[in-house]
Design a protein around this ligand. Structure first.
Ligand code: TYM
Length: 328
């Protein structure tokens, strides 16, 4: 039995990228593994948040996890700030992180570029993420492509701690899906699809209705060649739609290329939109049943209790290894 951990920030409505790159994998993994899925609200406050909106986004993300098929009988679903060990171990791991390696993280560079007020927690975000993972003896972390660098740092911090103090942390592996690991913006397919894109047409949100999804895919930027072929370099728009279509249906890219060999982009886009709708529509129905339910709160209470028990054990070992507190 492997232990799996992954987290998503409650920093806005999730996109199709979050779903295909991450969430969709989670559901399959919970069948044969011991899984923890986390709403990482302490990561979200590394950039300014509106308090009421943040609360809403936390609840919404919890409901989306469940609606996408996370089963609370099989997996532990919880909110990061409800388990104090995360920030505690995060602080300890900051003490073995170097400013230079944190400054090299591309997410830090992207999020701090051009801003005159950058919080120190934006820089120390990766050691907190490492703490999330290392608290649970995680073997495998399923994430999209953009988190690779953070996972590499997590592995380094685990090894550094083990060498310096005591060999207590499991060094985790990363798991990136074959298709859908990097869903691109529909308006600029050289940029990744992101929750925070100011252009609403660039991203499909998990709660978009049918009409919106159709409209956004129909107006997705492609090229004037009229050939449905996967070629990331020269045809980034078409390649992105192919990845979306393949990932939503389970078809291979090659199958789709031959299916649309003599057809134009019109039919291809229409069918891509339908593939997305057929994935999101049932999920949305379940979401609206859950969002105001007591069931959702019970699941999160229970998840926090279970996570806390496991996390506190590892935290105690880490404190002992570093010499914090007293001998007990
Ligand atoms: P976040 O909240 O930005 O994204 C959540 C997950 O969605 C994936 N993702 C994408 N996949 C494909 N295409 C895209 N366009 C796309 N955009 C996002 C991300 O790779 C991620 O898997 N630092 C993390 C959250 C985190 C975490 C953790 C993850 C905190 N602690 C511990 C794993 C383990 C983040 O910002 O994800």
């Amino acid at each position: 039995l492997k232990t799996i951990f992954s987290g998503i920030q409650p920093s806005g409505t999730l996109t199709l990228g979050n779903y295909l790159g991450a969430m969709k994998q989670f559901v399959d993994l919970q069948e044969e593994n011991h899984c923890y899925f986390c709403i990482v609200d302490e990561h979200a406050i590394t950039v300014p948040q509106d308090r009421l909106k943040l609360r809403e986004n936390i609840r919404s993300l919890a409901a989306l996890y469940l609606a996408s098929g996370i089963d609370p009988e099989k997996s532990t679903l919880f909110i990061q700030s409800e388990v104090a060990a995360h920030t505690q171990l995060g602080w300890m791991l900051q003490s073995i992180s170097y400013i230079g390696e944190l400054e090299r993280m591309t997410q830090f560079k992207d999020k701090s570029a051009g801003k005159d007020a950058v919080s120190s927690s934006l820089l120390t975000y990766p050691p907190l993420m490492a703490a999330d993972i290392l608290l649970y003896k995680t073997d495998l972390v399923p994430v999209g492509d953009d988190q690779k660098q953070h996972l590499e740092l997590t592995r380094n911090l685990a090894q550094r701690f083990n060498n310096k103090f005591n060999d207590i942390f499991t060094v985790p592996e990363v798991s990136i899906p074959k298709t859908g690991a990097r869903i691109m913006s529909l308006q600029d397919p050289t940029k990744k699809m992101s929750k925070s894109d100011s252009n609403q047409k660039a991203s499909i949100f998990m709660l978009d209705d049918e009409k919106k999804i159709e409209k956004k895919i129909k107006s997705a930027v492609t090229d004037s060649e009229g050939i449905v072929k996967f070629d990331k370099e020269n045809k980034p728009g078409v390649s992105n739609l192919l990845a979306i279509y393949a990932s939503c249906t389970g078809s291979s890219i090659a199958e789709l290329e031959s299916k649309y060999r003599d057809k134009g982009y019109g039919q291809f886009k229409q069918d891509t939109a339908e593939a997305v709708i057929s994935v999101l529509k049932p999920l949305q129905a379940r979401y609206y049943e859950l969002i105001d339910s007591q069931e959702l709160d019970d699941i999160l209470d229970n998840g926090a209790d279970k996570a806390e028990q496991a996390a506190n054990k590892m935290l105690a070992k880490a404190k002992k290894a570093m010499g914090l507190g007293r001998v007990k």
